[in-house]
Design a protein around this ligand. Structure first.
Ligand code: SD4
Length: 307
């Protein structure tokens, strides 16, 4: 028997379209994604339009413009996108481009590659008509200066504070097609050149149109060790609900990371029917859900560490 989907009799009614995304700024991203989805648009367009809102918002301090810089004061961005056909594109360690998700989409659509990094990703973006911009806002620069004065050597981010705000957003459209996007400036004060989970297909994001889609947020190194988002989707393929799949994948992250008590990881997931869920290690993570039944709202998932 194929392990592609849970048995037909167990399938709930369809809840489509649907979009969910990480953290509070997910509400605004969902709004933009919903405009595309409610008009009958493609999930791929919805996820790109959604996360572009967070990337362009200088108040969101871990994504795109306004993101906190690395320890040298440079804003370096990671992003990836994946569609219902399993096509995907990614950029990592990209500087000076405000909307890395759209560069990732161009990598997917205009090149034979999946991932471009650093200077090569930047040159590709310029070639594609993106403009060079200074992404370090005065606010982010001031925070960086303060961090340097306070503790130049310490790189341990404060849980839910200095390492949050990555946006992972996954959607299913009216036709039942799934897509996802993930974009971040990564851990604040990271070493120059560090790449996290967010641009890595399978770690920060994974989509399988036969099953579901998942995205991760939190300490990227911990997510990569467990290939977190791929694992969530595989657990749904085995019949687990999105909530259970996120919980079981978080348990795996815990198994693979001895220092799990000191870090945050959170997952969100949807399945093809439009069920959704999330789970995290530490309390403090929440996610935004937009569907036709209840509109756009924040939900708090269960966590390993009690609230
Ligand atoms: C990273 N996963 O670069 C990202 C950070 C993050 O919410 O998710 N913050 O490790």
């Amino acid at each position: 028997m194929s392990a592609q989907q849970p048995p037909r009799q167990n399938r709930p009614p369809l809840n489509r379209p649907l979009v969910i995304s990480t953290w509070k700024h997910g509400l605004a991203a969902n709004d933009a994604a919903w405009k595309v989805l409610s008009g009958g648009g493609r999930a791929l367009d919805a996820v790109e339009q959604g996360v572009r809102v967070s990337e362009s918002d200088p108040q969101v301090s871990s994504v795109g413009y306004g993101g906190l810089p690395d320890r040298d004061g440079d804003v370096t961005l990671d992003a990836c996108i994946m569609d219902e056909r399993g096509d995907c594109g990614s950029v990592a360690f990209l500087q000076h481009i405000k909307n890395p998700i759209s560069v990732a989409r161009r990598v997917m659509e205009k090149t034979p590659h999946v991932m471009l990094v650093g200077e090569g990703a930047y040159e590709f973006a310029i070639e594609q008509g993106f403009t060079k911009e200074d992404l370090l806002t005065d606010k982010a620069k001031a925070a960086w200066k303060k961090w340097r004065e306070k503790n130049e050597k310490q790189l341990k981010p404060e849980i839910n504070i200095e390492n949050h705000d990555t946006i992972g957003l996954v959607a299913v459209d009216k036709k039942g097609n799934l897509s996802g996007a993930c974009t971040t400036s990564g851990l604040a004060w990271k070493r120059h050149g560090r790449v996290g989970d967010s641009p890595i297909i399978g770690a920060g994001l994974y989509v399988d149109n036969a099953v579901g889609a998942a995205a991760a947020t939190g300490m990227g190194e911990a997510v990569i060790r467990a290939v977190g988002s791929f694992l969530v989707v595989e657990l749904m393929r085995q019949g687990n609900s999105p909530d259970d799949a996120c919980r079981l994948a978080t348990e795996r992250v815990i198994e693979k990371n001895r220092n799990w008590r000191e870090l945050q990881v959170g997952f969100i997931a949807i399945d093809k029917q439009g069920r959704f869920g999330g789970y995290c290690i530490q309390p403090g993570f929440d996610y935004a859900v937009y569907d036709g039944q209840d509109g756009n709202r924040m939900l708090t998932p269960d966590s390993k560490v009690a609230k």
